[in-house]
Design a protein. Sequence first.
Length: 133
Amino acid sequence: MPTPTLPAISPLTQPFWDAAAQGRLMLPRCNACGRHFFRPEVACTHCFATDWQWVQASGRGSLYSYSIVHKAPAPGFVVPLVLAVVELEEGPFMFSNVVGCAHAEVHIGMHLQVQFDEVAPGIHLPRFHPSKA
């Protein structure tokens, strides 16, 4: 299988990718307002406090929006693929893919669970498959 364009890993995002390699979804949570956010930023995207920590997420969410992509956005993508906006149980939205079901079965509001697929040595991408609530 071809390797998709790989993420740029920085010191800010390294804990996310380390946890992904272990099959865990981590999210930043603000110590000031208590809200989760994604993607990691220097400051909370809700209250702008710089005091936040990584916490393990449930890995559950629902499909907020999607598109079936038929033309690869970059080399290494296998098409067609379901490009998804997943609303995580903890509140943030995450871009990902829906896998493990026929495209005709994909629908807004469907319950999803994260899985981690190794796409290159040490790089595990979070993707979502259908789940029962």
